[in-house]
Design a protein around this ligand. Structure first.
Ligand SMILES: [Zn+2]
Length: 202
């Protein structure tokens, strides 16, 4: 008799398989929350939750620096601030695994080369799609640009709200947290720092 494994309908549609122990962990959490994981509406929830988490955390499979590996050297003598602002992102806090939703502004002062502007957002997302704290996310994005583009300065400002604050505990809805990391000239030279923060809208 053939023992071919028949993939379930999700897997045959190209979705990743979810190991049984992962599904069971989510059923345990549903039970612990007070519901019955065997009722109809919750039957497929463990798989959906597991796959959603793979997506929320897909940054673990990415090397953020890779996005900065292709640079353009013909910059026509441009040596002013390059800024990408209002970049929306989603992350999850490592303390509650709850959503962090916000926007970032990322700036650097190039030396002799630049990257495609969308790459700055890709670096942000590669770090955001992990379990994070906002302070570390801010620092990691800045450090990655600093290490890989060899710029004269880097500034990263992130403004976000944390579901672990807004949806539970003190339930302070609408409260945003702002974190920043400035390096190089943006740190040492007050005029440069004021200029970049003003361009960012701070
Ligand atoms: Zn939290």
């Amino acid at each position: 008799m053939s023992t071919a494994v028949i993939p379930d309908s999700d897997e045959s549609r190209g979705k990743i398989p979810v190991p049984e122990d992962v599904q069971e962990a989510i059923r345990t959490l549903i039970r612990w929350s007070g519901d019955d994981p065997t009722r109809e509406g919750l039957l497929d929830t463990p798989k959906r939750v597991a796959r959603a988490w793979k997506e929320y955390c897909q940054g673990y499979d990415e090397d953020p620096a890779h996005h900065l590996s292709r640079v353009f050297e013909e910059v026509g003598g441009y040596d002013e601030i390059v800024l990408l602002k209002d970049i929306p992102f989603q992350s999850h806090c490592e303390h509650h695994m709850a959503p962090i939703i916000g926007k970032a502004a990322i700036a650097y002062l190039p030396t002799d080369h630049v990257v495609g502007i969308s790459k700055l957002a890709r670096v942000l997302h590669a770090y955001a799609r992990r379990l994070q704290i906002q302070e570390r996310l801010t620092a990691e994005v800045a450090q990655c640009i600093w290490d890989n583009l060899n710029p004269k300065g880097v500034a990263v400002v992130i403004e976000a709200s944390h579901a672990c604050m807004t949806a539970r505990g003190v339930r302070t809805s609408g409260v945003g947290m702002v974190t920043s990391r400035v390096m190089g000239l943006f740190r040492s030279d007050q005029r440069s720092r004021e200029e970049v923060l003003k361009l960012m809208g701070y």
